[in-house]
Design a protein around this ligand. Structure first.
Ligand code: 5GP
Ligand code: ZN
Length: 153
């Protein structure tokens, strides 16, 4: 069983801040900023795509609650970052999907990873059209799996 499943089961200690039937949220042991929370689904899933749309939604709902609470908590918190690394290449280290929700304030010392403006190669319209087509076609392929009644596009 993975470490986050063991935390969710109460087998490993964690500073839990929120729990419901589907999710649990606890403090990260290596916080980016004070009050850095990890929100996880109780159901093990290595990738966000392995969760049902409903379970993924519960993670977002819990993250919303945590973010709103952080601003009222008395901790330094003027803004909040949500960060989810899906896959090793994206920096995911723990193989149980988790949303980082952490307070931000001027001078908090956290530097978001950026690509320097000089290195950004602005794609032409044709490239954007081609990329959008590739993604849109892929969405059509997977949309059965993720279909919900409230799709608007
Ligand atoms: P990732 O790099 O996978 O997006 O983030 C994993 C996060 O889990 C890291 O920020 C790391 O500090 C945190 N973490 C790893 N092991 C534990 C643990 O045993 N307990 C808690 N609370 N956080 C952990
Ligand atoms: Zn797990």
């Amino acid at each position: 069983m993975c470490i986050f499943c063991r935390i969710a089961n109460g087998e490993l200690p964690a500073s839990v801040v929120y729990e419901d039937a589907h999710t649990i949220a606890f403090l990260d042991i290596q916080p980016f900023t004070p009050g850095h929370v990890l929100v996880i689904p109780k159901q093990h899933a290595a990738s966000l795509g392995n969760l049902s749309p409903e379970e993924a939604g519960y993670v977002m709902r819990a993250s919303q609650i945590v973010a709103v609470a952080l601003k009222k908590s008395g901790l330094m918190c003027e803004g909040v970052n949500f960060w989810l690394s899906d896959g090793k290449a994206a920096g995911q280290e723990v193989d149980h999907i988790h949303m980082h929700v952490f307070p931000r304030f001027p001078g908090d010392g956290f530097t978001p990873p950026t690509v320097s403006v000089e290195k950004v190669k602005q794609p032409g319209r044709a490239q954007l059209v081609q990329q959008a087509k590739m993604i849109e076609e892929a969405i059509r392929l997977v949309s059965g799996h993720f279909s919900t009644s409230d799709r608007v596009v």
